[in-house]
Design a protein around this ligand. Structure first.
Ligand code: GAL
Length: 672
């Protein structure tokens, strides 16, 4: 089976030959009396919904006790959906084990960092490495697969739900045992492990595999490499669970594609999705807008990264919200127009399905104040009208379905290992935020109107003229070699403070920072110089640095200084450098400039790389451009209407000028 996956889109049971964009939601009919299901079908048709995710939290309903199964309600829902032309992304229902199971087998329950049991009463209370949980989850998966193998509504399988949302780090004895197995596979010998973990430090040498435990509560700073390996292991353990359910599904229903919903958003960082993406037939993501000044840049960043995890091919937006969520400190409702803009931004970055959590807003339970397609107010509501409008708009975009993202000339590198490692404790500062730095660079690119891809290190980096690699902290020798080759081949690399510092074991590259990139950058740093909260430094290009500075010495005549420190300890020293190497160059930014400062700096760096915006000059920065083949997506980043007539081509689903504030125009540029 291994060779025939990679990308298999879901099948449209009602008309497999027609490409279209999916539109729908998580559907939880078990929360409602039977007569509501009929209302649901009518309203789904009115909205133009064509797909739902079903049975995500239905385990207790399907299997009320160990040997009792009840599929009758699900049979009826499947038939009803099919009868109404709605396809089903059917969950394996394993996300939330029922109380009978965890009461019978309490060893399924996770144990937190401080040794406390995590009980049932919410959801996802299972150890990723529990053999007992695995057995029961696979039994349920098989039962569902066998029951619905031939059902005409079945379009795709949805493994579990948001794997690792609540249970990525488990410190139980099951986790300890599995961690040891994982470490034996990685290191083979205890000597190799002791070497990698640098256990001569603080007398941590292990003389037997059985002594090794997860990084549970300890007196002081836990061993950093043990922590890093535990992060890798924990991501792998969930990936193993994904594979186990997937293998059952592939065995029973080889024709049905399998996915699971990622959480490429905000600070959700436990799962290395760059490493997971090849395990499923198509990538799916859940995204929720986070409050703050960069909320929409963050949405674009996440959608962009998801599209590149999918190798540029279409992906499935499994969940987002029509309006407010229920899990932030204050849950702000979306303003008029934001629902469509958010959805279409995902489509712009490659989504071929636009789905929400959830179809009908719950009347009770922990998520009763979370928005849905049908709100508490019912169909006579602004939210439902916006949903119906969006459905109509998506139908006009069928031509977009199946098109791949068109690669940009610039890219921002995003690396889970650097994210994990750069933010470990016992560092020069605990204020560093890896994803925020990457987002600031991406925002600066948007501000300049430069289209950029957000890519994992495994992507074909050589295709980009400009490669921004912020805080690329973990630098295995092979990656440093690739970056040297990239620059030698004419590429323009930009990197920042705390990059190139350690190898894959979190061991420092010696001889002065930034270790593995020192020669490529033509600089040497003897000591880090982080800044205290509230401290800032001025650069002579008018920008202001916070968080970090470096005491840079230039080591190569080919290294030029693009900006100097004007204030603070480093006054008179280089703050931003660039070393020309053949046709390529390698630049270094030694402080945190934020999106505004980086916009200033990037203008020069991008021009040097020969990369400019593709939109007509007056629109650059005001409009985000995303390209899928012949389709250009123009997303108004401003609160003012914009005249986009200079972008020629047929407007699809939106004929009007101007481009309204925060609106989206889709321009077909193919014919003629
Ligand atoms: C996701 C989850 C959904 C729902 C949603 C609310 O994390 O998959 O079941 O809880 O968040 O925003």
């Amino acid at each position: 089976m291994q060779e025939d996956h990679g990308h298999r889109w879901l099948r449209w049971p009602s008309d497999p030959t027609r490409a279209r964009l999916g539109f729908g939601a998580d559907y939880n009919p078990e929360q409602w009396p039977r007569h509501v299901w009929d209302e649901d079908m009518r309203a789904m048709r009115a909205a133009g919904a064509n797909i739902v995710s079903l049975a995500i939290f239905s385990w207790a309903r399907i299997q009320p006790s160990e040997d009792v199964w009840d599929f009758t309600w699900l049979d009826e829902v499947m038939d009803l959906l099919h009868g109404n032309g709605i396809a089903v992304d059917l969950a394996t229902a394993t996300a939330s084990p029922p109380p009978w199971l965890t009461t019978l087998h309490p060893q399924i329950l996770p144990v937190d960092h401080d040794g406390r049991t995590v009980w049932h009463g919410a959801r996802q209370h299972w150890r990723p490495t529990s053999p007992v949980f695995r057995e029961h989850a696979l039994r349920l998966t098989r039962a569902l697969a066998e029951r619905y193998a031939g059902h005409p509504a079945l379009a795709a399988w949805h493994v579990n739900n948001e794997l690792g949302c609540h249970n990525v780090y488990d410190y139980s004895d099951d986790a300890a045992a599995a961690f040891r197995v994982w470490l034996r596979e990685r290191y083979r010998t205890l000597e190799a492990l002791n070497e990698a973990w640098a256990t001569t430090f603080w007398s941590q040498g292990y003389s037997d595999w059985g002594q090794i435990i997860p990084p549970r509560i300890v007196t002081s700073h836990p061993n950093p490499t043990q922590q890093l390996d535990f992060k890798r292991f924990s991501s792998d353990a969930l990936k193993e669970h994904l594979r186990a359910e997937r293998d059952v599904l592939r065995e029973v229903t080889p024709g049905i594609p399998v996915t699971t919903n990622f959480m490429v958003m905000g600070e959700t960082k436990g799962m290395n999705y760059a490493d997971w993406a090849a395990e499923i037939d198509f990538v799916a993501n859940d995204h929720y807008v986070l409050p703050g000044p960069q909320s929409r840049e963050e949405l674009s960043f996440s959608a962009n990264l998801t599209g590149n995890l999918a190798g540029g091919r279409p992906w499935y937006l499994m969940e987002h919200s029509t309006s407010a969520v229920n899990w932030q400190p204050v849950n702000v409702a979306k303003a008029s127009g934001e629902l469509a803009r958010d959805s279409l931004t995902h489509v712009a970055h490659g989504a071929d399905a636009v789905c929400f959590f959830q179809w009908r807003q719950s009347a009770a339970g922990a998520e009763k104040y979370h928005s849905a397609m049908v709100p508490h107010a019912g169909e006579d509501s602004a939210v439902f009208r916006a949903v119906v409008d969006l459905g109509a708009r998506l139908r006009a975009l069928d031509g977009v379905a199946g098109t791949s993202r068109t690669p940009a000339r610039a890219a921002v590198v995003f690396d889970w290992e650097s994210w994990w490692t750069a933010e470990l404790d016992s560092h020069p500062t605990d204020r560093l935020r890896y994803r925020q730095e990457a987002l600031d660079w991406y925002t600066a690119l948007l501000n300049l109107g430069i289209r950029a891809d957000v890519v994992p290190t495994s992507a074909p980096l050589e295709r980009y003229d400009l490669l921004v690699a912020p805080i690329l902290h973990v630098m295995p020798g092979a990656l440093a070699e690739r970056l040297r080759g990239y620059v030698a081949g004419g590429g323009h690399l930009v990197t920042t403070y705390f990059s190139g510092i350690v190898d894959e074991h979190d061991r420092v590259w010696l001889g002065g920072y930034p270790g593995a990139l020192r020669d490529l950058l033509g600089i040497r740093i003897e000591e880090f110089a982080p800044l205290l909260d509230g401290q800032s430094v001025e650069l002579d290009n008018g920008t202001t640095g916070t968080l970090w500075t470096d005491r840079i010495d230039l080591t190569d005549p080919a290294t030029e200084v693009l900006a100097w420190y004007k204030t603070g300890e480093q006054t008179g020293r280089a703050a931003i450098t660039r070393r020309q190497a053949g046709a390529g160059s390698a630049a270094y930014v030694s402080t945190r400039l934020g999106a505004a400062g980086l916009t200033t700096v990037l203008a020069d760096l991008a021009a040097h790389a020969g990369v400019t915006g593709e939109l007509p000059e007056p629109l650059r920065g005001h409009v985000e451009l995303a390209v899928r083949g012949d389709y250009w997506f123009l997303i108004n980043r401003t609160g003012t209407p914009l005249d986009t007539t200079a972008v020629t081509g047929e407007r699809v689903g939106t004929a009007h000028q101007p481009l309204e504030p925060h609106g989206v125009q889709i321009v077909y540029r193919g014919a003629g």
